[in-house]
Design a protein around this ligand. Structure first.
Ligand code: GLY
Length: 349
């Protein structure tokens, strides 16, 4: 199981970890933003002086084969061996792609994740999912391989805009929904973009434990880990639709919208309490706004859902809830039920 360390000083923590690790060459992967805004914070770790910095273009549209090839090439040109170490400094795009590059280079080198966005702290950098987008589909190619350590320093969040805080907060709401009523209510009672650093760290520490427990029980998503997919079947389809229309949205926004649709499915299929669905939907509508689409997009959305990795055969797989924390794995929904859920979403527009 990977260690997840909360710290106020990522440089000191990284130094300590590298000190205890045997490796020959050190590489650090950034995107153009984290190279500028976050890498300087690691300079006080002496090991960084000899690190080869690899930089890729930012944002999810660059989580592709071309960026991956660039990382492999830089590792090769820097004479990386199987005993080298890669540090991934960035959001989910960097930790997913860097984790995959490290997992495949010479059949696998060690890597450490230092997430710099709320989304990657609470979700992407934890639990060993690595990969890239391919053929228009998100995270289509990848492997499960955990980072040696995940170093969480919420000081990095000081440079994050409100949209990216909200994007990460959506995954926290998801963790609240699959956890218990107290955690869920606590999250809905906050104003995510005005949290004090102390409150955010405290919520984050509790929230990450939800994912940690689930990943520990089922690292390769054979069963319980599917709980982490609440909101994601429809959420990923909405994210792919927005990308296809040339108007990409942040992952967490798509997840929040997916939660609206899938909680509706829960009310009609697994008796999820309507009042709790309405409270969650109202919080999401208030903070995340809406995605504009119409019924002409339904075929395309259903097509995206049929490519979801969680499916077996032709059925579209959902993780639904009977109540907060009452997880129902391996549920399916008919096309008509999915369309009803999309109509419900659009009714709020
Ligand atoms: N983001 C869902 C998972 O890590 O399983």
């Amino acid at each position: 199981m990977q260690s997840i360390i909360f710290t106020n000083n990522a440089a000191t923590q990284l130094c300590g970890e590298l000190n205890q690790t045997k490796y020959d060459r050190l590489f650090i992967l950034c995107d153009e933003n984290t190279a500028r805004l976050c890498l300087p914070r690691l300079k006080e770790c002496d090991y960084m002086q000899n690190a080869v910095v690899i930089t890729i273009n930012a944002d999810d549209t660059n989580k592709n084969l071309q960026s991956l090839t660039h990382v492999w090439q830089q590792l090769q040109q820097g004479n990386a061996t199987r005993h080298s170490m890669l540090v991934n400094l960035g959001g989910g795009m960097v930790t997913d792609l860097g984790g995959f590059a490290a997992s495949t280079f010479k059949r696998g080198i060690k890597f450490i994740n230092i997430p710099t966005t709320l989304l990657s702290m609470v979700d992407a950098s934890v639990g060993g999912k690595t990969g890239i987008n391919f053929g228009g589909l998100k995270n289509e190619i990848g492997v499960f391989r955990e980072a040696q350590q995940v170093i969480i320093d919420t000081n990095f969040l000081q440079t994050l805009d409100n949209e990216n805080i909200l994007s990460g907060y959506a995954e926290m709401i998801k963790h609240g929904l699959i956890s218990n009523t107290a955690d869920w209510a606590e999250l809905l009672n906050q104003e995510p973009t005005s949290l004090s650093p102390e409150m955010l760290t405290s919520l984050l520490q509790k929230n990450i434990k939800v994912k940690e427990r689930i990943v520990e029980a089922d690292p390769n998503e054979q069963n319980l880990r599917k709980a982490l997919n609440v909101g994601h079947t429809i959420g990923h389809a909405l994210e792919s639709l927005a990308l296809t229309k040339g108007q990409p949205v942040l992952h967490g926004y798509a997840v929040a919208w997916g939660i609206i649709c899938e909680l509706y499915l829960c009310t009609i299929k697994t008796n999820f309490p309507i009042d709790k669905m309405r409270q969650t939907v109202s919080f999401i509508r208030q903070h995340y706004g809406m995605l504009a689409f119409d019924c002409n997009d339904y075929d395309q959305l259903c097509e995206f859902m049929t490519h979801d990795k969680k499916n077996t055969g032709s059925d579209i797989n959902f993780t639904l809830l009977g109540d907060i924390g009452d997880i129902r794995l391996n549920q399916t929904a008919t096309r008509n039920e999915i369309i009803e859920a999309l109509d419900f979403f659009r009714d709020g527009m």
